[in-house]
Design a binder for this molecule. Sequence first.
Ligand SMILES: [Zn+2]
Length: 313
Amino acid sequence: MASVEKEFPAHIRTRGSFETGDRAIPYPTAPDPLSVGVYDNHAHLEFADGDNPMSALEHLERSVEAGVLGVIQVGTDVETSRWSAALAAREPRVLAAIAIHPNEAPKLIETVEFDAAMAVLDELALQPRVVAIGETGLDYFRTQPERQDAQREAFVAHIALAKKHDLALQIHDRDAHEDVVSLLREVGAPKKTVFHCYSGDPLMAEILAHEGWYASFSGTVTFKNSEGLRDALKVMPSSHILVETDTPFLTPTPFRGRPNSPYMIPYTLRSMAETLGSEESVLAAQLARNTLDVYGAFDDFAARPVSPHHDKL
Ligand SMILES: [Zn+2]
């Protein structure tokens, strides 16, 4: 796998200064490794972050040391979706999700580039290691009201694409819980529907439980002021909980503000186990099973060759 570095661009994004300013900070201390491994259900390894940014391969090597079994690498536009699919095609520890992020989609609809972008995703979705459409959804925090109709239109198109290819759906839902739920009900959710970085309250968790949708918990569940999230975690059936980093964002307590990486998953998992009063190893085994239920197996790489033209970025 050393060849990944030579043939593959290590980073195609830099973490935005709007959130971080000029960062010159190291990655956090590695946690004690897990005795039972889990998967990171949502990461953006294409981002350079911190004062010495790790490449995708470095992220994966350190995550293996922490007991992380694999990573769902998530695209947010055409370029990062292509990069995600290409990384997954080369790397047995990675599966890919592809989408136009809800904060990007309205601009593409306005400039009439959205249909062409969706056609690229439709093609990428044929690759065997592309296992989800996402992140897609609604973000009323970052998107002005006049663009929210376009955002809903894009979300509906992504739901249709997931159903067309029988792929899981990874939802980004920021300050838009009611509209996300009602849109999913209106058009019909894909069989495997995941709320990435779950941010709802316990009542919404009851809706997810009722619908058979999944809640993926990020480092936010470790934050001191996230009592509502921990209450929501307790409401979810154990079969429908996932764990993620959202690397390079949302680094768990006590490392908030530092760059994130899949190797940080044990901090979040241990916090979840404490909230649930579960054995760490029992929860880890359950979460690993849940990831495989949603996305399928990571380790049949050799059995699913990808044609060379799919590898080009
Ligand atoms: Zn994300």
